[in-house]
Design a protein around this ligand. Structure first.
Ligand code: HEM
Ligand SMILES: *[C@@H]1O[C@H](CO)[C@@H](O)[C@H](O)[C@H]1NC(C)=O
Ligand SMILES: *[C@@H]1O[C@H](CO)[C@@H](O)[C@H](O)[C@H]1NC(C)=O
Ligand SMILES: *[C@@H]1O[C@H](CO)[C@@H](O)[C@H](O)[C@H]1NC(C)=O
Ligand SMILES: *[C@@H]1O[C@H](CO)[C@@H](O)[C@H](O)[C@H]1NC(C)=O
Ligand SMILES: *[C@@H]1O[C@H](CO)[C@@H](O)[C@H](O)[C@H]1NC(C)=O
Ligand SMILES: CC(=O)N[C@H]1CO[C@H](CO)[C@@H](O)[C@@H]1O
Length: 354
């Protein structure tokens, strides 16, 4: 135990030495108005892994320097983890029945899935097997958002990892890009997220990419104007996707204005009828969502504040805590359970934390 702690201190010393300075001071949003889910807390790893946030921040920062695409990749993985059955790292499981095989989960980026497992390995080697993959994903998502220019917020910790992937019928509750606003409202409402959360969280399409099959409904049978699309934009997409051979090789930036930066320009795209998916553009048309979309286009601070609040809400949906689930020793696979003794042994360190 003492040597583990020593290793942790050395690792953190190295990390702090290597860290230059934070990217241009992020806007820190006060999310204390959002209730903390039972079993989560801000000091959860204070005794078992006090430097976990520094370790995660360091690894994400290094990955972001190599590829800014890690930020949209992580935030989408986090959405796909939390939305169907709660933030339990179930999406990271890559066995035969994994969520990654389900239709909405195609194109989750492997580099980001690997980054989470690499961070887990570093955190466990520094502290021992006390930090869950679900918490590491929640922290890494927040840090990458900040690296890309987005707001910061505190993340309450103590999530545990699912023992198995979500069933396909649950994974398929993720919304589809052809959804209209009532369908989107229903989909988010079923998960306790309201219309404001829907409009704010859709702003995650401020960065990252999509593949042609997900937006070809916008131009395939002529220009589909429900909702309206800028005809030049539709023609550009059509020409681009004509070269999508084999299918899935072409990517289109979700935000044509500032494709790699997290900001409110996504809402400018909507104003210009250049939202990529029907589910994006429709937010600007429908009377239940258009005022909020316009407000976010005019006021980035208002968008950042609501985005952080909505992310904190999403990050606490149906979390496993206490003795539920497990702390995975590999984010891609459930722990081998030899018997009840093994599972109990794994839980000991955390039970002491409660
Ligand atoms: C409102 C309903 C939503 C729909 C219908 C939707 C749909 C999609 C689709 C179809 C893609 C493109 C996948 C591909 O072609 O590779 C995508 C990408 C993305 N989505 Fe969403 N999404 C929604 C909400 C969200 C939310 C709530 C977040 C996060 C908070 C999010 C974050 C992202 C990101 C960052 C990407 C780009 C990923 C990358 O570049 O690797 N989306 N989304
Ligand atoms: C998914 O299927 C399982 C088992 O077949 C069932 O118990 C559950 O209610 C279903 N959930 C949804 C959201 O359809
Ligand atoms: C185009 O129209 C056909 C026939 O109505 C339909 O089956 C197909 O799904 C449509 N394709 C797209 C991409 O909307
Ligand atoms: C929102 O949509 C309604 C109904 O179409 C329209 O009357 C209103 O002017 C729109 N508001 C904004 C801010 O676009
Ligand atoms: C929706 O939730 C947000 C917090 O994310 C809250 O501030 C807002 O009042 C809620 N709006 C409605 C219409 O309930
Ligand atoms: C699953 O993830 C593990 C560890 O991250 C990796 O070594 C393995 O290649 C992955 N397997 C599949 C089928 O993707
Ligand atoms: C990357 C990946 O696992 N893709 C799979 C997504 O799900 C479909 C069917 O549900 C599979 O055909 C893909 O191979």
């Amino acid at each position: 135990m003492a040597s583990t702690r020593a290793a942790a201190i050395i690792l953190v010393a190295l990390i702090c030495g290597a860290m230059h300075h934070h990217p241009a001071a992020a806007m820190k949003v006060d999310t204390t108005g959002v209730a903390v889910a039972n079993g989560l807390s801000f000091g959860f790893y204070q005794d078992t892994c006090p430097f976990v946030e520094h370790i995660v921040e360091f690894f994400v920062g290094e990955a972001f320097k190599k590829d800014t695409g890690i930020a949209p990749a992580l935030i989408r993985i986090f959405f796909h983890d939390c939305f169907p059955q709660g933030c339990d790292a179930s999406v990271l499981l890559n066995g035969t029945a994994s969520e990654q095989k389900e239709v909405p989960n195609q194109t989750l980026r492997p580099t980001a899935l690997k980054l989470i497992e690499d961070i887990r390995a570093a955190v466990h080697s520094a502290c021992g097997p006390f930090v869950s993959c679900a918490d590491i994903l929640a922290l890494a998502t927040r840090d990458s958002l900040v690296d890309a220019g987005g707001p910061s917020y505190d993340v309450a910790l103590g999530r545990r990892d699912a023992l198995a992937p979500a069933l396909p019928n649950i994974t398929n509750t993720l919304p589809a890009p052809f959804f209209n606003v009532p369908m989107l409202i229903k989909s988010f409402g079923d998960r306790g997220l309201n219309v404001t959360d829907l409009v704010a969280l859709s702003g995650a399409h401020s960065f990252g990419v999509a593949h042609c099959p997900n937006f070809e409904d916008r131009f395939k049978n002529g220009t589909d104007t429900d909702p309206v699309i800028d005809p030049k934009f539709a023609a550009m997409l059509k020409a681009k996707c004509a070269g999508d051979n084999p299918v899935g090789t072409i990517t289109q930036k979700l935000d044509v204005r500032t494709p790699d930066k997290f900001d409110n320009k996504y809402y400018f795209d909507l104003v210009a009828s250049q939202g990529l998916f029907k589910s994006d553009q429709a937010l600007f048309i429908h009377s239940a969502t258009n005022r909020t979309a316009v407000r976010f286009s005019l006021n980035e601070r208002a968008f950042f504040t609501q985005f952080a609040i909505s992310m904190v809400k999403m990050s606490q949906m149906d979390v496993l805590t206490g003795t539920q689930g497990e702390i995975r020793n590999n984010c891609a696979a459930p722990n081998k359970r030899v018997g009840i003794e093994t599972a109990a042994g794994n839980n000991e360190g955390l039970a002491a934390e409660m």
